[in-house]
Design a protein around this ligand. Structure first.
Ligand code: AMP
Length: 292
C-alpha cells in the first residue's frame, strides 16, 4: 500500500488503472479505524480492482472545535491496518491540500439536511460533508464509493448530491458494525468512560425495543417512540432526538412502514453518539441490510 498526500499524486497513481478500465473503489474516512471502517474496505477490496481509502479529518464538518481537537488520530496504525487489508492507496492529505488559500466554494444539499443531524449540528456540518465528498469524488473519480449505514442521513445526503450533480459514481451502503452488546462502532467510542460505555449500549437497546414493538404490530410512531424512550430512560440516556423518519427524505412519519428509519442521538457523558435501525414491518424483524 502506498500513502499519497497530494491530489496530483492520486491522479498520477490512478491514470494507468483507469486507462485499463479497472474498477476504482473509494472509502472516505476520518481515520481511527475500527471494524466498521474495515467492513467498507473489505467490501471495496472484494468488488474493485483498485481500492483507495481517504483519511482526512475534515475540519469544516465539525461544529465544535473541542470535538475536532479531541478527534482520535493515529495515521501510522491506520496505515498498517489498511495495508493488511489489501488497500492500494491511502490518501492522507494535509488540510491545505484540500482547502487551498482562498477556498470559497460550498456544496450544500437542501431539504434532507434540515432535520436531525442538520438541525442539531447546524447547516455547516452537512455542507462540510457535501463539499469534501464532492472534492474526493473529483480527485479520485471512483466507480464505486462505500459508506456506512451508521450515518444514515449522510448516506441520504450523498445519494441526493450524486443524483443532483450527475456525479458518475455508484454508492454502496454497508451495514452498521456493532460491538457484542449492540453499541455501534464509532471512533468517538474511545472517549467513553467505563460507566458511559455501559450506558451507551442503551441507544441500540432502544432501537431494538422500537423494532420489537413494530414486529408485534404497532405502527403508530408515537406509541413506538414511547416504548423506545422508556428503554433510553432505563439506560440513563437522555436523547437529543429520537425520531421515526422516512429513510429517503429524513422527515418524521406518523405511521411506520418499510421505509421508516428509527434514529437516535444522545450525549453519553461528554461524547455525542448517533445510531439508527431501518425498521422491518415483516414478522422477521429488523434488518440493517436491506438497502445495500
Ligand atoms: P468516519 O471515519 O466516522 O467518517 O466514517 C467513515 C465511514 O465509515 C462512513 O461512511 C461511516 O458511515 C462508516 N462507519 C462508521 N462507523 C461505522 C460502523 N459502525 N459500521 C459501518 N460503517 C461505519
Amino acid at each position: 500500500m502506498k500513502t499519497v498526500r497530494t491530489i496530483s499524486e492520486v491522479r498520477a497513481a490512478l491514470a494507468a488503472p483507469r486507462q485499463r478500465a479497472s474498477a476504482i473503489g473509494l472509502v472516505p474516512t476520518m481515520g481511527a479505524f475500527h471494524d466498521g471502517h474495515l467492513s467498507l474496505m473489505r467490501r471495496a477490496r472484494e468488488e474493485c480492482d483498485v481500492v483507495v481509502v481517504s483519511l482526512f479529518v475534515n475540519p469544516t464538518q465539525f461544529n465544535e472545535s473541542s470535538d475536532l481537537a479531541a478527534y482520535p488520530r493515529d495515521e501510522a496504525r491506520d496505515a498498517r491496518v489498511a495495508a493488511d487489508l489489501g488497500v492500494d492507496y491511502l490518501f492522507a492529505p494535509p488540510v491545505e491540500e484540500i482547502y487551498a488559500n482562498g477556498f470559497a466554494t460550498t456544496v450544500s444539499v437542501a431539504g434532507i439536511t434540515d432535520t436531525l443531524e442538520g438541525a442539531h449540528r447546524g447547516r455547516a456540518h452537512f455542507d462540510g460533508v457535501s463539499t469534501v465528498v464532492t472534492k474526493l469524488f473529483n480527485i479520485v473519480a471512483p466507480d464505486v464509493a462505500y459508506f456506512g449505514q451508521k450515518d444514515a442521513q449522510q448516506v441520504a445526503v450523498i445519494r441526493r448530491l450524486v443524483r443532483d450533480l450527475d456525479i458518475p459514481v455508484r454508492i454502496r451502503v454497508c451495514p452498521t458494525v456493532r460491538d457484542p452488546d449492540g453499541l455501534a462502532l464509532s471512533s468517538r467510542n474511545a472517549h467513553l468512560s467505563p460507566d458511559a460505555r455501559t450506558r451507551a449500549a442503551g441507544l441500540n437497546r432502544a432501537l431494538e425495543a422500537a423494532q420489537h414493538a413494530v414486529t408485534g404490530g404497532e405502527r403508530d410512531s408515537r406509541s413506538v417512540s414511547a416504548i423506545a424512550r422508556a428503554a433510553l430512560t432505563e439506560a440513563d440516556v437522555e436523547p437529543e432526538y429520537l425520531e421515526f423518519v422516512s429513510a429517503d427524505t429524513m422527515t418524521p412519519v406518523r405511521r411506520i412502514d418499510s421505509d421508516t428509519l428509527a434514529v437516535v442521538a444522545a450525549r453519553v457523558g461528554s461524547t455525542r453518539l448517533i445510531d439508527n435501525h431501518l425498521l422491518s414491518t415483516s414478522a422477521a424483524g429488523s434488518s440493517d441490510d436491506r438497502r445495500q
